[in-house]
Design a protein around this ligand. Structure first.
Ligand SMILES: *Cc1c(COP(=O)(O)O)cnc(C)c1O
Length: 468
């Protein structure tokens, strides 16, 4: 086969790259400007040999690859693209299934249906709910909120799918003050506006105060949506869903939950009580690429009312077979028609880890965060700003924005770990997000040591008055 060598070569390169996970040592990553330089050339007039294309791609890209799959990567809550998921994803690409409907792509459609059922079981959500396979939680929030918008307006006598929003009853939006920005992006795309929502006061770890929600709802009339969060992006905190769902449903509101990573706590015996009552919500967004460790392009939107989900997303066309009640059509639950077969990698990761493997991975990540907090507590100049609830740890260094930011830069420069900054309650903090399948509690001591060494370098500088 003409392309066999290129495909083998890509597989070998990929394997070699992943064999370095956890053993990289310090890595300096080339800048975007360097990379742009490396990739820039005029449009090639002539084609190239397949193998040459692949080796050229590897040579150009490698210096600018961030070690996001490494167990020392704590930059954002993003997951480690587990090799088993990656392997399934190779096949997904090779099989080239355009997963729109079950007649055209029986295997891909069935894998989605079953992975969706597994997901409802693992997260203990209503088994009759519908599941859409999205690119990530941003899109899952978008789809969940689209279903919410359609259904609450339908109940108010307005068909938004047919008539649009112009002239529609106003929708009240209530959302915790510490919600993720992607939720506002979804509201914007849906014509609901990023600035129209009522921000509900939160407590010190970012949980919506139920009394504040109750009070907010009392003064409002008309249909509405309450947006809660399972896993606050900085602290990992969970809203009190039992209370929030009860209050919202009393008023006939829809509850949507952004549970991008936190909803996975439902799969752990140890942490599931944090998300108690979340099954009473109406829609949920959760990522595959975070705590299921699939490669990117993997999120799930779950909607209790399947009809509302389908009405918001389904496309009708004469050249596509019509869907039926019994057979799930993959395209009826997401905004795209042509797309990759996202169900294969999700199916493979659940099959590989199993219920206990998912729980163990989550527990190990959370144990790491707790052990790191423990190792750093009491260290001079280091304050644990928020104790880990699950996998998130916030540190304030040297009691100043400057010391915190400079220490983060120093850690990044040294290249053994990757951590990032965040603004929390008006202060810059070091945000440590633990979501890689390979990060083990035993590594906490070494990570603490690296953070403290970087801080010592900065402290000497700040103390010596040389810092800018
Ligand atoms: C990651 C995250 C998102 C966005 O998800 P993507 O998969 O990046 O689109 C939304 N909300 C929360 C709480 C998140 O952690």
């Amino acid at each position: 086969m003409l392309f066999e060598d290129a495909m083998r070569q890509a597989a070998e390169e990929a394997i070699a790259y992943r064999e370095r996970d956890g053993k990289r040592g310090p890595v300096a990553v080339a800048t975007y400007a360097d990379m742009l330089d490396k990739f820039s050339q005029p449009v090639p007039e002539m084609g190239s040999e397949p193998e040459k294309v692949i080796s050229d791609l590897v040579a150009r890209a490698t210096p600018g690859l961030r070690a996001m799959t490494d167990p020392g990567f704590f930059g954002w809550v993003i997951g480690g693209s587990h090799p088993v998921g990656v392997a399934a994803d190779w096949l997904t690409s090779a099989w080239g299934q355009n997963t729109g409907n079950h007649f055209a792509t029986p295997a891909a459609s069935a894998a989605e249906t079953v992975a969706g059922r597994w997901l409802l079981d693992l997260l203990d959500l209503p088994r009759s709910a519908s599941v859409g396979f999205t690119t990530g939680a941003s899109m899952a929030n978008f789809v969940g909120l689209a279903a919410a918008r359609g259904e609450i307006l339908r109940r108010a006598g307005w068909d938004v799918e047919a008539e649009g929003l112009i002239g529609a009853p106003r929708i009240n939006l209530l959302i915790g003050a510490d919600a993720h920005e992607t939720v506002f992006m979804a509201l914007r795309y849906l014509g609901l506006g990023a600035n129209t929502s009522i921000r509900i006061e939160t407590d010190e770890v970012g949980r919506m105060r139920p009394e504040a929600l109750r009070k907010g709802l009392e003064s409002l009339e008309g249909p509405g949506i309450v947006i809660g969060q399972a896993g606050q992006l900085n602290t990992g905190a969970f809203d009190d869903f039992t209370e929030i769902c009860a209050i919202a449903h009393e008023h006939g509101y829809w509850v949507h939950v952004d549970g991008a990573f936190g909803l996975w706590a439902r799969a752990s015996d140890r942490y599931q009580q944090l998300a108690e009552g979340v099954d009473r919500a109406d829609s949920w967004a959760v990522d595959g690429h975070k705590w299921l460790q699939t490669p990117y392009d993997s999120g799930f939107v779950i909607v209790a009312d399947r009809g509302a989900h389908v009405r918001a997303m389904q496309m009708q066309s004469s050249y596509l077979p019509a869907g039926s009640e019994e057979e799930r059509e993959p395209a009826a639950y997401v905004p795209e028609l042509s797309r990759r077969a996202r169900g294969f990698a999700a199916w493979a990761m659940i099959r590989y880890l199993g219920r206990s493997g998912i729980a163990d991975m989550i527990d190990a990540n959370c144990a790491f965060a707790a052990a790191l907090a423990q190792a750093l507590r009491g260290a001079k100049g280091v304050r644990v700003v928020a104790e880990p609830i699950i996998n998130q740890l916030l540190l304030r260094i040297g009691e100043s924005d400057e010391a915190t930011q400079e220490t983060i830069k120093e850690i990044q420069r040294r290249g053994r770990l990757f951590v990032g900054p965040a603004l929390w309650r008006g202060e810059w903090v070091m945000r440590i997000s633990v979501t890689n399948y390979g990060t083990r509690p035993e590594q906490a001591e070494a990570v603490a040591h690296e953070i403290l060494e970087a801080w010592q370098v900065i402290e000497a500088r700040v103390g010596g008055g040389q810092a800018a």
